[in-house]
Each structure stands twice: as structure tokens, then as C-alpha cells.
Write a protein that binds this ligand. Structure first.
Ligand code: UDP
Length: 247
């Protein structure tokens, strides 16, 4: 199928919906045992990538960048190229758990604090008994260390979820990708914290009101500093919009 991308501040986002993304893009690749790297990006990631060329090279070399974060969807609307919907790391993770459950796929979970990953792994095992959880490890690691990466590659997982926060999770994937023969790699940020019940995901009403970011900020106030880049993101998108309108 033909894939459509929309550029937001030079970062190409896949324009699709969850169903199409899973069934027509990811699943056929998994069936063919084609390696796939997915980045779920929010405005903070876009800003960071535009300030760090090494990180930008990593994410623009991924197979797909999906819009995680309402800021990306709003920016696409301002630029008159509306993206269909948010595809968040957390939702993607849950969709993949269901597929893995039905098809006994091998899953590896890497990231979060030791107590969190233990709880998250137990929960996955309990909720998805058909899924083959081949291993898990906390995320407080030296991302350059090859020993752990090799031991994961030896398990030949079909799905590797990394929750080390950005930019570490994408750097880990990019560094160790060549060690793997197959596998779908996705950075899922704080998703294991939600899975383990350490933090709650925003209720659907908050999500619908586009206030998921605020809900998160209330639960984890230390995130406020990261959000300082948001006005800058909006300003840059608006500036491009004005240019487009003038030309
Ligand atoms: N984390 C980790 N190793 C680190 C730093 C963070 O495993 O060295 C975990 C952290 O415990 C949390 C997740 O990475 O579970 C970061 O979540 P965050 O919401 O900050 O993700 P981001 O939005 O930065 O991608």
C-alpha cells in the first residue's frame, strides 16, 4: 500500500490510523520477519531532534514515526495537512500485546525501574497468557553495553519494547539493531510505569479534551521543565504556516 507522510518541522510523520498502521503496515512486515523500527514522537522529541543532529539521524532512519501527542496533530492541522489520528506508544503497545497473545509471539520488555518492570512483566503475563514473554530487564543500563543487547538478540524476539525515555530508547535501538535478525522495535516512553500502576493514564474525557499532557503534568510535576520547549514548537509551526499562506 502507498504510505503518506506529513512533515512537521522537518520530521516526517506517517499519516494513518491505528487499525491501518497495525494491519497493513506493521503486521505484514512482522509476518515476513522484516526488522522494523517505530518511533512514537511528540513535540518535545521534534524539538530535541532539531537541536541534536545525531538523534535526528536516528529517528529519520526509523521505518515509521507516529504522532504521539496532541501537539503534533494540532501542528498538522495548522499546516493544512491534517494527520488522521494519534498513534501513541501506550496504545500501540496494548494492540501488539493482543496480537502477540493470539499468535504466541515472543516479546521482550526493556526499561523502567526494577520494581516497575517486575510488576509490568507480571501483569502482561497474567493478562495475555498466550503471549510468549521471553524476558525483561530494567532500564537503568549503559545503553552502549553490548552484553545485554546480545543476550536479548539471542532470544530472537518478535517484539522489543523499550521504555528508557527519549533519546535513550531510540539510541539503544539504533546502536544494537544490527545484532537482531528480526523484530519490531518501539520506544514506548513511560508506558511500563502506567502498566505497573505507578502512574495512571489520563481518563478518556481528558484525552478527548486534549488535556492528556496536563493530567501527566499533575501526576509528575517534575516534567514541567521539558514542557518549556512547547511554546517554541508552536511558534515555529505558526511561522511556517504564515509563510505557506503568503506564498
Ligand atoms: N527510564 C529508564 N532508564 C533511564 C531513564 C528513564 O528506564 O535511564 C525509564 C523511566 O523509569 C520511565 C521511562 O524511562 O519508566 C521514561 O518515561 P518518560 O515518561 O520520561 O518517557 P519520555 O516521554 O521521556 O519518552
Amino acid at each position: 500500500m502507498s504510505e503518506k507522510f506529513v512533515e512537521i518541522l522537518t520530521i516526517p510523520f506517517i499519516d494513518t490510523n491505528m487499525d491501518e498502521f497495525i494491519n497493513q503496515m506493521l503486521y505484514p512486515r512482522m509476518r515476513n520477519q522484516e526488522k522494523t523500527f517505530v518511533v512514537t514522537a511528540n513535540p518535545e522529541i521534534v524539538e530535541y531532534a532539531n537541536e541534536h543532529q545525531d538523534y535526528k539521524d536516528i529517528i529519520t532512519n526509523a521505518d515509521y514515526i507516529t504522532p504521539d501527542g496532541i501537539g503534533i496533530i494540532m501542528a498538522s492541522k495548522w499546516l493544512d495537512q491534517p494527520l488522521q489520528e494519534r498513534i501513541t506508544g501506550f496504545d500501540l503497545m496494548n494492540e501488539l500485546f493482543s496480537i502477540a497473545n493470539e499468535q504466541a509471539l515472543k516479546v521482550y520488555l526493556l526499561g523502567a525501574e526494577e520494581s516497575v518492570i517486575e510488576k509490568a512483566a507480571a501483569k502482561v503475563q497474567q493478562q495475555y497468557p498466550g503471549l510468549n514473554l521471553v524476558g525483561h530487564h530494567h532500564g537503568y543500563i549503559d545503553i552502549e553495553d553490548e552484553t545485554l543487547a546480545k543476550s536479548i538478540a539471542d532470544l530472537e524476539p518478535d517484539i522489543v519494547l523499550t521504555a528508557l525515555g527519549f533519546p535513550r530508547q531510540e539510541k539503544w535501538t539504533s546502536l544494537h539493531y544490527p545484532l537482531f535478525k528480526k523484530g519490531l522495535f518501539i520506544g514506548v516512553g513511560g508506558s511500563f510505569d502506567v502498566l505497573a500502576g505507578k502512574v495512571n493514564r489520563a481518563p478518556v474525557v481528558w484525552q478527548k479534551m486534549r488535556l492528556e499532557w496536563m493530567y501527566r503534568l499533575i501526576q509528575e510535576p517534575s516534567r514541567w521543565k521539558r514542557m518549556l520547549v512547547l511554546p517554541q514548537f508552536v511558534w515555529k509551526v505558526r511561522r511556517i504556516r504564515r509563510k505557506v499562506q503568503r506564498s
